[in-house]
Design a binder for this molecule. Sequence first.
Ligand SMILES: *[C@@H]1O[C@H](CO)[C@@H](O)[C@H](O)[C@H]1NC(C)=O
Length: 230
Amino acid sequence: MFTSKSLSSGLSFTFLALSLVLLLAGQRYEPSDLECAQSVSSWSPAWDAVEYAWQTFQNGFSQKSIYRGVPTLELEEAWNASLQHDPIIIPTKQLTGLHDADTQLVQSENGNGALAYLEVFRNLGCLNLLRQHTYREEYDYSYLDAFQGTEAQIMARVDGCVQRLREVLMCLGDTTPYLIMLTPEKAQKESPDFNTLHNCRNFDKILQWTKERESPTLHKLPNLYSLSHE
Ligand SMILES: *[C@@H]1O[C@H](CO)[C@@H](O)[C@H](O)[C@H]1NC(C)=O
């Protein structure tokens, strides 16, 4: 009697311990935010710099920002400092999957790889061009390559940027809901709450990673914003 009882409680204990081990082992396989992102993104040499954090957008109508408002030299410099100006080099052995095998690429001068830019900076550069274009009457942008040429050429660049940003936003398809707040104390009695919660990549880290690898080149590359399709 006694033996069989302690045998069965011993067995129960073993099963309990086994279940706990399996439970813990299962939990260990939960992928990180970065691993999840990697599984749904193209390869990038900048993965090392990608770090996620939850953050609330600062999107109020009167929210101040160094990137916002009537252009000043300081504001123009803040935008310019957030962009990639020189290419980075992607080592030849890492290029597979980034381009068609029959495409010829512009190589780095040391022959170690191909010249590349990161899309986030292209997108921001496009947004910057749209911003500058709206403020054209108030600020002299004639020093910029993007504002050289005929009106039709300038408009073609602006139009190309609208097309690009539309594609990026549709691709992202952000489904975060935003709600409408009751604001009886304000002239506008109801207002949307755009300060929504997002899991964002740390932009400063990506910028710093890129700045450390930007590589001035003697090769005459087409200026990013003076390209047009005519
Ligand atoms: C933007 O910054 C880059 C790199 O610091 C600099 O070379 C370039 O002259 C700046 N462009 C403008 C238009 O200020």
